[in-house]
Design a protein around this ligand. Sequence first.
Ligand SMILES: [Mg+2]
Length: 452
Amino acid sequence: MGAYEDIKTRVENDGVEYIYAMFVEMHGRACAKLVPVEALEGLMANGAGFAGFASGPMGQDPSSPDMICIPDPSTYTQLPWQPNVAAMQCDPTVEGVRWPYAPRIILRNALDKLAERDLVMKTGVEAEYSLVVKNNDGSIAVADERDVDVLPCYDAKGLTRMLPHLTDVSKNLNAMGWGNYANDHEDANGQFEQNWQYADAMTTADRLILFRLMIHTMAQRDGRYATFMPKPFANKAGNGLHAHISLWSTADEPLFIGGDEPDPKGLGLSEMAYHFAGGLIAHATSLVAVACPIVNSYKRMGVGAPTSGATWAPAYAAFGGNNRTQMIRVPEPDRLEVRLGDGAANPYLMFAAMLACGMDGIDNQTDPGEVNTANLFTLPAAEVAARGIVTLPPTLMHAADNLVTNDVIAAGLGDTATGPYSHYFAETKRAEFLAHHHEVTAGEIDQYLTLF
Ligand SMILES: [Mg+2]
């Protein structure tokens, strides 16, 4: 059966009336056209056309030819929260060629290259988000006005007050077959995390985009806003996107679990996993531009603790065992938990960049360094530096400046007609930084108005 016939059958069986033909731009914003099933045959044969420039940074200007998004039938998903609609992620093309500025194409190309080495990347993500309301003056407040504890993490009362939202999300995750296994109140007031099973990297990236869309939709239903913004409140922990990463053979054998080889670091990982971690550490100061890609990202990081006592975000490029103050944690000897990314990360770009760094570590047998057991949130900076641990950049501008010097990530994200995509990304981010830098903030007025 061809792709069209297959999807037509599923649409009929599911009672679906409309399809979201979806793609994301550089920021990972979910973009879609709503296509009635009467037009399914044309969608499957010819794709959906978009003016790429209008969607965001996609390497197009208003004079550019159409971006034609070809549905990937393997991603067909009926949306349980609006069951007359199904979503399909699409691969953007321009004039018949995979568009090298499209994040899903960038990850697809990276995974194709990995497959040539008989390897598969699997990932899981911990998508943290906050539920807020807007005040009349435009500022935001935690949606649940009773959620004011200094240490709200895992609070059963806070969980209970949000039960209708959380259980609906859980049921939706399971209806889509993603395997929801935990839901919790996180470290900040109004902050939650809902977990589903890991999968191949493309599937996880596609699911994260749909997850964010679902959370926004359901928050709006209840009169709230959901935000994945890395630091919505200056005095509360921010929204992370921890990524659990492992490599597997194409025959589905896990390759990060240690075997008979010597394991001087004692964490039970394979040499391949240690070297992958080494690559992530070696390129961390550039990788962070992709994993923490907005101005606000850099207000979540560092060692300055919010009211709950810890940022839970890495300040340094460091490797440890089961230690949440490290950039890379090893919770169990089968995967790496990379704690660098935040809620603004585009998962396609982040996975492609992390893969490039990790594979470079494998190819160069890079050592991730000693296993850190210290609490890096409290260890004095001089002591951290004395251990040879590198500090992550303080702003998006510093990170973007690092990224343009990094040839490994440039190769991993691929080339466009005008140069590496990573340079285009860095230029976009520099402009984003400067646009915010041009603002005069309330804090500047407070500090400087009458100081001189
Ligand atoms: Mg968490």
